[in-house]
Write a protein that binds this ligand. Sequence first.
Ligand SMILES: *Cc1c(COP(=O)(O)O)cnc(C)c1O
Length: 413
Amino acid sequence: MKSSEYYDIAKQKIPGGVSSPVRAIQPYPFYTARGKGPQITTVDGAELIDCCCAYGPLILGHAPPAIKEAITNQLSDGWLYGTPAPSEITLAEQVIGDHPSIDMVRFVSSGSEATMAALRLARGFTGRTDIIKIEGGFHGAHDAVLVQAGSGCTTLGQPDSAGVPADLVKHTRQIPYNDVEALTTLLEKDAQSIAALIMEPVLGNIGPILPDPGYLEEVRKVTNEHDVLLIFDEVITGYRLGIGGAQQYFGIKPDLTTLGKILGGGLPIGAFGGRKDIMSMIAPAGPVYQAGTFSGNPLSLTAGMATLNYIHEHPGMYAELEKKTARIEDVCIGKGGSFVRIGSMFKYYFRDRPPRNYREAKEADTSAFRIFWEKMLKAGIFLPPSQFETNFVSIAHSDREIEAISQAYKACI
Ligand SMILES: *Cc1c(COP(=O)(O)O)cnc(C)c1O
């Protein structure tokens, strides 16, 4: 069967025909038969170089042999116990070792779960009700953070979701990214009711949008001054911008961190961790409840551990990834739009200057992007189907693929 035929059936059985909104490419999305290395093969027989990388997790490419072997070995011992197992200690020690800000960590099954738990924890620890999020920041699909989220929400032009009580969302304050003054003003007025600021250190779901020099340092300083917890949502940037994520890249110590995506080696995972005095509030050690049937399942932990092992054994890979991504950037210079890149996260914006916040990102010419995106697909390059989703390069992208991507950019912009 062809992709169009699958989609016709899917639309009858699954809302919008997809399991997550951004995948609903019109008139129909391609259906994937298999992924290997840097490449996806569609059921229609097309071979595409993948710059979506499942929206971030696949930093080693599709089905890397080291991860496959670890998963296969675990399978023979079972894949869900409902009891503690040694693998959670191993991965916890690794995550703690990689992040000086993390004294203790708990594993969950998705990034959304991680941010949901981190926010409850921040409220439980401080006894305060409100949270601050950054406009255009995305922290998963739960009520408290579905307020001007980036990603699928932005593309669909519905920043709020139906079904989210206004009464609840009024406790979520919004400020623009790269605006210390907005944060300071809000905290000077209302800090006593604010538990935490949750933010992606680099906005990844409307971009990337990069922090101005000194911005994150100021954010850390001002939140400290007002005893407001700083939560870095590193679900994308964790193990992407380096072994210690964005906090290492920029030298900032948040109070809590959320992780996901790369941490699971392609299997579902999330984690939240941070200061011991805060994390000790989590049940059963403390009064903040958090639980999950699949939390810390041995299969995700094993795939994650194998990924982190690989990364630690190949510390040069981040410089390598950066070099590859920079080569794509080179061909895009002087094309009229703006190329934003940090490490192996990148995006070509159809806007003359790189956006500094959500409002500026929204000025990008999305119709031009759409035409460009289709041309790229015809040229054999799969980019995330939104002007506002970050593109990624994996270590499986060899010089050959990087050259093909670069040539396609040159021809299609
Ligand atoms: C993807 C993402 C999430 C949500 O993670 P899921 O595993 O999809 O629930 C949260 N925060 C950020 C920054 C993300 O990029």
